[in-house]
Write a protein that binds this ligand. Structure first.
Ligand code: SAH
Ligand code: SF4
Length: 440
């Protein structure tokens, strides 16, 4: 989401006649877009600010700004402790950055952390300067009203609001005209997207019609209100990826209740069953938190057993990190000792890696349609890209180019990557119609 936000800021600054400098020591202004979701994310920003100090020593005219969630959460501390920071801008105030930069010219600190009920930056066309020109993020809503007890997002990003469907479709069309091949629609709970009568399922159907050779993903839906209609739409439309990220967070009802996640283990498992029933071969990923307040060993085991039962294709796993202002901060104690949190997290990760390894081994011999995204980190002679099911694939580049859809056959696998041999260049329509014929 921050990646997408930075592209909006890019657009605002370029519009004002500024240019991108590719090194911090060559810039007049350095803006750091920040995340507050866990302590670790914030620590990285403090470290980056430390690095900037030496650059500022050499260039006293350098303006340094902190944008995003940390700006919202701890503006006073940033300004008091970091003399180097000149401007602080919350996630709903990016349009104000040019004015704030002028204010700094007069030697003052400039701050705008006002949250908005309406801002969606719908009319701003993001400028994508750092991507691969093939895959892009499109923000469809901002903020969150869910108030999960562990989460700071509703406090830093404000109330939930949806971007008008027309402006999303326009942006997707523009990306398609520019040669982009894959779009991920973003929101904190995409299920609650609503623009007049237009629901998220309707939006997904509409985007799938913009360009049949562009494929679509989304992140994140919430298990409490996942629309079944959307599962049918995904099953029917070849360019809606057979991949769903569906954050579980924990595996016991008591823990889900403390987390203020209004679903049960049973209803979560039922939802997974429906997903697999309606979209055969769908690939699933999740988010898990280890060591949340009062977590017992048994509750931890229930998280482990949920993950074992579902066998996710991918998981993002975190140790609980207490955030000020949240309900958990006010009501519960962050009382699972650090070493126990670490041990539980590492058990969760080890189990998940084994599951991924086993699932990926079963892919050997299977064919997939891969969108080529770039050159492999291991070798210039190889490309990487992802399957429709979001698995990373590496294969010999031969005569293919970035942005091609290539049919490949998996030859070997690790827990993170599939190695494959390319068969032929293809397209979404060609690949899926020949697959349908084969089934018939
Ligand atoms: N809106 C998304 C989540 C966005 S935050 C959703 O509800 O699915 C991404 C992930 O960060 C969350 O799913 C959660 O697993 C993790 N997370 C959020 N707050 C956290 C905290 N305080 N400590 C550890 N992990 C946290
Ligand atoms: Fe945070 Fe919950 Fe909102 Fe996700 S749904 S952003 S976890 S409050």
């Amino acid at each position: 989401m921050n990646f997408a936000d930075s592209e909006i800021v890019n657009s605002i600054l370029l519009e004002k006649g500024m240019e991108a400098a590719h090194e911090a020591d060559k810039a007049d202004v350095v803006l750091i877009n920040t995340c507050s979701i866990r302590e670790n994310a914030e620590n990285r920003v403090w470290n980056r600010l430390k690095e900037l100090r030496s650059i500022k020593k050499e260039n006293r005219d350098l303006t340094v700004g902190v944008l995003g969630c940390m700006a919202e959460r701890i503006k006073d501390r940033i300004i008091e402790e970091e003399h180097l920071v000149d401007i602080v801008v919350g996630p709903d105030a990016y349009r104000d950055i040019p004015r704030l930069l002028e204010e700094v010219e007069d030697g003052r600190k400039a701050v705008n952390v006002l949250l908005s009920l309406e801002e969606t930056y719908a009319d701003i066309a993001p400028v994508r300067t750092t991507g691969n020109g093939i895959t892009a993020f499109v923000s469809i809503m901002r903020g969150c009203d869910n108030m999960c007890s562990f989460c700071v997002v509703p406090f830093t990003r404000g109330r939930e609001r949806s971007r008008p469907m027309e402006s999303i479709l326009r942006e997707v069309k523009q990306l398609s005209d520019e040669g982009y091949k894959e779009v991920t629609l973003l929101g904190q709970n995409v299920n609650s997207y609503l623009d007049g009568e237009n629901t998220f399922a309707k939006l997904m159907h509409k985007v799938s019609q913009v360009d049949p050779e562009m494929r679509f993903r989304f992140s994140s839906p919430h298990p409490k209100d996942f629309p079944v209609e959307l599962l049918h739409t995904i099953a029917e439309q070849p360019n809606l990826c057979n991949y769903i990220h569906i954050p579980a967070q924990a595996g016991s009802d008591a823990m889900l209740e403390r987390m203020r996640r209004p679903y049960t283990r049973e209803s979560y498992l039922k939802l997974i069953e429906r997903m697999r029933e309606i979209i055969p071969g769908v690939s699933l990923s999740t988010d898990i938190i280890a060591g949340f307040c009062d977590e017992t060993e048994e509750e931890h085991q229930q998280t482990m057993s949920l993950m074992k039962e579902v066998e996710f294709d991918l998981a993002y796993m975190f140790a609980y990190s207490e955030r000020e202002r949240t309900l958990a901060y006010r009501k519960y104690e962050d009382n699972v000792p650090e070493d126990v949190k670490k041990r539980r997290l590492s058990e969760i990760i080890t189990q998940q890696m084994n599951i991924q390894d086993q699932r990926n081994q079963k892919e050997i011999g299977n064919r997939h349609l891969v969108l080529v995204e770039g050159t492999s980190k291991r070798s210039d002679e190889q490309f990487n890209g992802r399957t429709d099911t979001n698995k990373m694939v590496v294969f010999d580049r031969q005569d293919y180019t970035i942005g091609d859809y290539v049919e490949v056959e998996v030859t070997s696998a690790t827990s993170a990557t599939l190695l494959a041999k390319p068969i032929k260049k293809s397209s979404i329509q060609e690949y899926y119609s020949s697959k349908a014929e084969a089934v018939a």
